[in-house]
Design a binder for this molecule. Structure first.
Ligand SMILES: Nc1nc2c(ncn2[C@@H]2O[C@H](COP(=O)(O)OP(=O)(O)O)[C@@H](O)[C@H]2O)c(=O)[nH]1
Ligand SMILES: [Mg+2]
Length: 338
């Protein structure tokens, strides 16, 4: 597919993104990250041209070797003639500058390759919005013509699970001897894993880790035709096992083709619901409540004069029927509703 190009700055940003202009892509992702209105507008414009890239989620504890693995995967995919975009939300990722210099330098080996675009996302200051921003950054890379978009994230919280849910395939990375990690799998990552990778297979105990994941999987009765997540051993520092990982991704992709639409539909639902909730709360703040009113509600709940359910219902009632709520002759910002 298209490698990065440069386009005249006078063209609309969306056009430049669609032409695969790397500077435009970087600018677009910044707008999304800043939650600028232009970001939402851009997503609207590029959306019809998305849905072509294959989105690969890579999650796992900090230090598991995700970035090293992604680096190798980029090289493997480039060898297979596919262009690659990367969004990294791991705060310790070399992509985001948190790791040792050696890693960062190695990453830059791809900097000269116009078929590769790597972008890190800040984790600070985001609450829940990170998953949305990540998904939209992936859309931008998709629109820019990248064949594969890799999303690297730390697998620790709900936010990360949400991020991985934005992908077409989820790769869960573990390392030998990480009994805690295998426990964490039970707690939620298990259900999202399409492929397990035991990285640092050069270390003692890789086979035991594979066996404990096997044991967990065996609790699940995989019906005929259902994908059983493979457990692959890799050594990201040398690249051993990475070709097999790329093969497994392709196998999964072929296997999932019949139900891929369902997953993407579920993703669309999740996104619309999230945006709707966000928009509604914003609407309540801007149009329904007077300044300081929300805080007063909270004070009253804290003082046990009312409760969260009553407050939510009351606000909902007011939002449904704002005219009835408006005191006669009220002035100030509420009159802006007219
Ligand atoms: N021994 C060994 N070390 C590895 C392997 N893969 C990555 N590492 C090292 O593990 C450390 C963390 O790697 P990094 O990719 O930054 O992990 P991330 O936090 O999951 O992105 C780095 O020092 C890597 O060089 C591996 O297969 N074997
Ligand atoms: Mg990393």
């Amino acid at each position: 597919m298209s490698d990065s190009t440069t386009t005249p700055a006078r063209l609309p940003l969306s056009e430049r993104v669609l032409h695969g202009d790397a500077r435009a892509v970087a600018r677009a992702i910044s707008l999304i990250e800043d939650e600028a209105p232009e970001g939402a507008d851009l997503v609207r414009r590029i959306f019809p041209s998305t849905g072509r890239a294959y989105l690969v989620g890579v999650t796992g504890a900090p230090g598991a070797g995700k970035s090293t693995l992604v680096d190798r995967l980029i090289a493997e995919l480039r060898g297979r003639d596919r262009t690659v975009g990367v969004v990294a939300v791991d705060p310790t990722s070399p992509f985001s500058g948190g790791a040792i210099l050696g890693d960062r330098v190695r990453m830059q080996a791809h900097a000269a390759d116009r078929g590769v675009f790597i972008r890190s996302m800040a984790t600070r200051g985001h609450l829940g919005g990170l998953a949305r921003a990540t998904g939209e950054a992936a859309l931008v890379l998709d629109a820019s013509g990248k064949d594969v978009v890799v999303i690297e994230t730390v697998g620790v919280g709900q936010d990360e699970v949400d991020i991985v849910r934005t992908a077409d395939i989820s790769i869960v990375t573990l390392v030998p001897g990480s009994g805690d990690d295998v426990q964490a799998l039970k707690a939620g990552l298990m259900e999202i894993a399409d492929i397990f990778v035991v990285n640092k297979a050069d270390r003692e105990g890789a086979d035991r880790t594979v066996a404990s994941i096997e044991a967990l999987l065996s609790l699940d009765a995989f019906g005929a035709g259902r994908w059983r997540p493979p457990i692959l051993k890799t050594e990201a520092t040398t690249g051993t096992g990475v070709a097999a990982l790329a093969d497994a991704i392709d196998r999964f992709r072929a296997h999932m083709t019949p139900v891929q639409g369902e997953r993407r539909r579920a993703r669309a639902e999740w996104r619309v619901r999230e945006l709707l909730a966000l928009r509604f709360v914003q609407h309540v703040h801007d149009r329904i409540l007077s300044p300081g009113e929300f805080d007063r509600y909270l004070d009253r709940i804290a003082a046990r004069e009312t409760d969260p359910y009553t407050v939510a219902d009351e606000i909902l009632r007011r939002a449904m029927n704002p005219a009835a709520d408006r005191p006669a002759g009220s002035a100030g910002h509420r009159s802006e509703r007219a």
